[in-house]
Design a protein around this ligand. Structure first.
Ligand code: VG1
Ligand code: CO
Length: 542
């Protein structure tokens, strides 16, 4: 078996964003494109002798081919062993778990998360380091720098791999092992929760559904809920991973969850429902009649950490949230006497804090929640938190939420996305906002109190994010945060996060629509959306 080196003209556009490199599938399938990025990853983080790499993804179109290419390049670049999830499947949190359990040097996750899949959809590659967390900012920059002049890659040749057959085989001077991506990860989850209590919940007739959206969590969820926890067959909807996710983006957004909303918005709703995204790191929680906002979900988990065996013997835990995530968590932290920890968007910023033991729980407004059991956000873990808390408190989801708001008040929250913008216009708009002072903004809206450009330096790694967003504080405890998305595959997207606090007493009676509608209009006026982009409103609201 020999190593072959192939030459090509360097690519200039392989800059990782919030979460790896994400492009149209057709871009990734161009000759040498995927290969260039993967080769650059191994040059940026060269493996020591004997190193293991973990490979897998959300099962989208082009994943099996990409897994095989990645393995062949890894083995030609010093890796001794490549561990691939069966059928190239591996959820993002399960890759993180596998890296840590196997003492691997790194992991390559083939996913564009919640973006649509298929030949006309998106593809993506994320690199995780030996902590199990996403590559830090500085390594992403280094990978990009390498790709700009990289003009060759090496790979081992040999017979095609059969990714469906479990077991090891030699390849080049090393080996490839096809493993079960599900079992060991679920074994870890089993140590973190009171499975007996959750089993008891289901035995008592608790009605629950989980929508896997034809993405990677299907096999995990069937084994977890229907086998290990004894929920009835059929609890998991759309449980089979499909290369195009059945034609819908695997995005836990209400627009794509009609299988759940028809059950939850009905006159006889289920007790709880949940969904995950393409690669299994996001979660959506639905209580009867309402979606639980991710900021509230994080705060509820933090406030009920005593119910969760993983946290119960190390209280109080410290929890972190990303900058645009609602301040609901801060109110719990304050009550617990724990520090307020705020990071830029993207899990890599939590990963260093988790690794250093500075935080134990964290979450983002984009439906991501996780803890120090791995170094990624974890959709199924978050769902188990809710099931475990409801079982321990013997309360309905609705009662739990209401009691939370009565204690801490409620942070009404919305995210407005303006997609498909011209990147230069979007950049000009956010740069202009960052340069505007509060007084000028007050001429546009008198309720403006202050404006801040969010700048972050990681206290562990020293990595810096100088443009994490722009924040405007307004009277009546309202706040707006603006930033540009870093996960799109074309064009630019403006994210506008709006929130307004209703204190206990008023929390349950305020009308969310009435509270947030004027703030949404103010937010778009302050950023001067129409003048910069010609747009008058958001593309979507979540
Ligand atoms: C989005 C979310 C961010 C999340 C990232 C990756 O990034 O806002 O919170 O960490 O996606 O999640 P952006 O830059 O587009 O706002 V995933 O589940 O797509 O890996
Ligand atoms: Co994801």
């Amino acid at each position: 078996m020999s190593i072959e080196t192939r030459a090509f003209t360097p690519f200039q556009d392989q800059k990782p964003g919030t979460s790896g490199l994400r492009k149209r599938t057709s871009e990734f399938r161009r000759p040498h494109y995927l290969e260039s990025f993967v080769q650059a990853v191994f040059l940026a983080d060269p493996p020591p002798p004997g190193a293991t790499l973990v490979v897998g993804g959300d099962g989208r179109f082009f994943s099996p081919e990409a897994a095989e290419i990645t393995a062949r390049i890894a083995l030609a670049n010093g890796y001794a062993r490549v561990v691939i999830g069966q059928d190239a499947l591996f959820s993002t949190p399960a890759v993180s778990e596998a890296i840590r359990r196997l003492g691997a040097w790194g992991g390559v996750i083939l996913s564009a998360s919640h973006n649509a899949g298929g030949p006309d959809g998106d593809f993506g590659v994320k690199y995780n380091t030996r902590t199990g967390g996403p590559a830090p900012q500085a390594m992403g920059d280094r990978i990009h720098e390498i790709t700009q002049s990289l003009d060759r890659y090496s790979l081992v040749e040999g017979l095609p791999l059969d990714l469906s057959r479990l077991g090891a085989r030699a390849l080049g001077s090393g080996g490839v092992e096809i493993v079960d991506p599900v079992g060991p990860y679920l074994d870890l989850l089993e140590t973190l929760f009171d499975f007996d209590a959750i089993r008891g919940l289901f035995q008592g007739g608790f009605r629950f559904a989980f929508d896997a959206m034809n993405a990677v969590t299907g096999p995990y969820a069937v084994e977890l809920f229907e086998r290990r926890l004894g929920a009835p067959a059929g609890t998991v909807l759309r449980g089979e991973p499909l290369p195009d996710f059945g034609g819908e983006p695997p995005d836990p957004h209400l627009d794509h969850l009609h299988h759940l909303t028809t059950r939850m918005w009905s006159s006889h709703p289920l007790d709880l429902a949940a969904a995950s995204d393409g690669d299994g790191d996001r979660n959506m929680i639905l209580a009867p009649g309402r979606m639980v906002s991710p900021g509230d979900s994080l705060a509820v988990i933090a406030a009920n950490a005593d119910c969760l065996p993983a946290f119960a013997d190390r209280l109080p835990i410290t929890a972190a949230r990303s900058m645009p995530t609602s301040r609901a968590l801060d109110r719990v932290s304050q009550a617990n006497g724990t520090p307020r920890v705020e990071t830029p968007t993207g899990w890599k910023w939590f990963a260093t804090l988790l690794e250093a033991g500075r935080i134990q729980l964290c979450g983002e407004e984009s439906f991501g929640t996780g803890s120090d059991h791995v170094r990624e956000k974890d959709g199924l873990w978050a769902v188990l938190c809710w099931l475990n808390i409801l079982a321990a408190r013997r309360q309905s989801a609705e009662a739990l939420l209401k009691a939370h708001w009565e204690t801490f008040g409620r942070d009404h929250y919305q995210r407005l996305d303006v997609d498909g913008l011209d990147p230069a216009q979007a950049e000009a708009m956010i740069t202009a906002l960052a340069a505007t002072d509060a007084e000028t903004l007050r001429a546009r809206d008198p309720s403006v109190e202050s404006v801040t450009v969010l700048d972050y330096v990681d206290p562990v790694s020293g990595d810096r994010m100088a443009d994490a967003g722009v924040r405007i504080s307004l009277s009546d405890d309202a706040r707006i945060t603006y930033r540009l998305s870093g996960t799109g595959s074309s064009g630019a997207a403006l994210r506008v996060y709006i929130e307004r606090y209703a204190p206990p007493g008023r929390a349950l009676h305020a009308d969310p629509v009435q509270l947030l509608a004027p703030l949404a209009a103010t937010a778009l006026t302050l950023v001067d959306l129409a003048r910069f982009t010609g747009r008058t409103g958001p593309t979507s609201i979540s």
